[in-house]
Design a protein around this ligand. Structure first.
Ligand SMILES: [Mn+2]
Length: 232
């Protein structure tokens, strides 16, 4: 059985579907999505509908929570957060994909999906998480907030605690070359960031990445969604 991890799809539904096709994702495989399904790209609703379609048709898809899902959920009860989410996180485009300009226009099924997202998952010798782990805590698995937000944490990895496990995460866009280098040294560093900044146009970015856990293989799909000039 193949086990894939994909992170930071950010509303790029066509790219997501093209990547699934490229890896020939089937019912005998497992898919782990590491969060940030929404915002920035053109079709956040479409990404969620793709996930529902896969799950409804008997595919194994497990979903983690990213900081963008947290931002959307907080926007329901916090007006300042709503402003930040809409104006700076690409939330306005997310609402547009739902054909609404109001959070109440988002159907219950999507809210239920957001509420049920896991903070992290352990599978085989892998720890899958959106952003990373806070190794300044005695038990990094107790800091759920850090799992969605943390950056620059590699220097703190406690290998005594981690043992033989490998952390797979996204959240901080990284060049393709750096992702491939991480993989080359995976046995030593035990961490791989699979976020290639799908929505970004920087050199060496702009692809959606899938990591197959068993074979330790990377797959890349260039962005084929129609991105607006202002894509941040
Ligand atoms: Mn993120």
């Amino acid at each position: 059985m193949r086990k894939f991890a994909i992170s930071d799809i950010h509303g790029c539904n066509q790219t997501f579907n093209a990547l699934l096709k490229k890896i020939e994702f089937s019912k005998s495989d497992q898919l782990f999505l590491l969060g940030d399904y929404i915002d920035r790209g053109p079709d956040s609703k479409g990404v969620l509908d793709t996930i529902f379609r896969l799950q409804d048709s008997g595919h194994s898809v497990s979903c983690l929570k990213g900081n963008h899902e947290e931002g959307l959920m907080k926007s329901r009860v916090d007006k300042d957060q709503l402003k930040t989410w809409c104006n700076y996180w690409g939330g306005e485009r997310t609402l547009r994909s739902f054909g609404t300009n109001d959070l109440n226009g988002i159907d219950r099924r999507y809210w239920r999906f957001f509420e049920e997202l896991s903070p992290y998952v352990e599978v085989d010798d892998y720890l899958l998480v959106h952003a990373g782990l806070n190794f300044e805590r005695k038990n990094p698995l107790e800091d759920l907030h850090a799992m969605r937000w943390i950056r620059s944490w590699y220097q703190n990895v406690d290998y005594g605690w981690l043992k033989n496990r490998v952390i797979v995460h996204g959240h901080t866009p990284k060049s393709r070359t750096m992702i491939e280098t991480d993989l080359e040294f995976l046995d030593t560093i035990q961490v791989v960031n699979i976020d290639n900044g799908c929505f970004r146009r920087d050199i060496e970015m702009g692809q959606l990445c899938a990591f197959e856990l068993t074979q330790k293989k990377l797959y890349f799909q260039g962005n084929i969604d129609s991105m607006e000039a202002n894509y941040t």
